[in-house]
Design a protein around this ligand. Sequence first.
Ligand code: PLP
Length: 456
Amino acid sequence: MTTHVENCLAQWVNQLYRSAFISGESADFYYLNRGPGPIPGETPGVSPLNVEAVRKDFPILSRKINGKPLIWFDNAATSQKPEPVIEALAHYYREYNSNVHRGSHTLANEATDAYEKAREKVCQFIGASSPDLIVFTRGTTEAINLVAQSYGRMVLRRGDPIIITVMEHHSNIVPWQLISEQTGAVLNVVPVDDNGVLDLDVYQKLLAERPGLVALTHVSNVLGTVNPVRLMIQMAHDYGVRVLVDGAQAVPHLPVDVSELDADFYVFSGHKMYGPTGIGVLYAKRELLEAMPPWQGGGNMIRDVHFDRTVYNRIPHKFEAGTGNIADAVGLGAAVDYLRRIGMAAVSQHEQQLTAYAMEALAAIPGVRIIGTAPHKAGVIAFTVADCSLERLAGRLNDAGIAFRFGHHCAQPVLRRFGLEESLRISFGLYNTRQEVDRFIEVLQQNIDRPFPWFY
Ligand code: PLP
């Protein structure tokens, strides 16, 4: 039972939070209502996540689809948004909407402060050494294109290899194809074994050819494989090769520290980490950002413009031409606050446990083939069911209120590596539960039609 003093304390903390981040509305959020005691941090000795309490922060989770409670298993595509993020966006537009870095009035100053504060929050969240190293982009895709067009164009020469892996999302393949067409560079691809683990012997051999760059995903959005990026960066650095890490599926699910990884470039999207769409991040080392030419020209990225020459702004603004996505950057800052208060270690632990639970249940269904069985795997499970129309199955799952992905997941090469053009995919977030997994398995089993049931 909570005492009067504890209640008062909780109310006071709640009040403080509301006055700092929320205009008017009452806040009823997990980390403010979990009772007395310290908020779990990002340290070992991780407290388990109180999922039922977390779920209350996400209004969309109380929706019904086809009369059934929504089960959101499409987190690899995008995540749902907690109340503090929704409120931060609404508060921005209600209270201090303005352009940034160029006004001399109160709202411009408030908007600029909030935008730059969001940059600082992201910087701390991923362990970067300075907010100068955080460039806001539209998302992972734009960040990779920026690096390809700016850094790639600067360093790549005809015949230079670029190393990617077979498990890349299309957005970490096509920008490198485009820059290869422009510069004459060539793509070399690291394969995976049947479990979805990268072949590091081949990687080592490809590095010996002194490529212009390595671009690899931290976590595969199909296989779920968590790649040994720290080791792979170290291996590349031994050959003096720079590495871009696509962290779109890592930052929302694991503690990530770009300094510890020693990543040269690290990119991710806000919308997959409980933040808004249309905002993402390019982190890069200072010497790289300083040396790279701007990618786009316009306002904000300049210091001095003449018709015969232009002096560019300092980093990171040099890479943020035009009016940025101010509101969504502020929303991303709120998502970072949310994740930090819960603790990425707790998030990761919860999702690991859920993944192990779901993998076991799925594997026990006759005819189910899981694509991606690496020992170190995040909460992404792609699968097929033998002798069963996946399209029909997808329709039945949707009828049951379950949101998941059916198709090629924007990663056709890796599916083809496993002999497939499409698969079903479920992917977890911090609000998913074992009960949801049970329901999913139940619906799946009910709808697997067997032409020869005795065969299975
Ligand atoms: N990289 C990976 C591994 C992804 O899973 C995704 C999206 O699913 C992307 C890149 C592209 O992200 P965005 O569409 O947010 O730019």
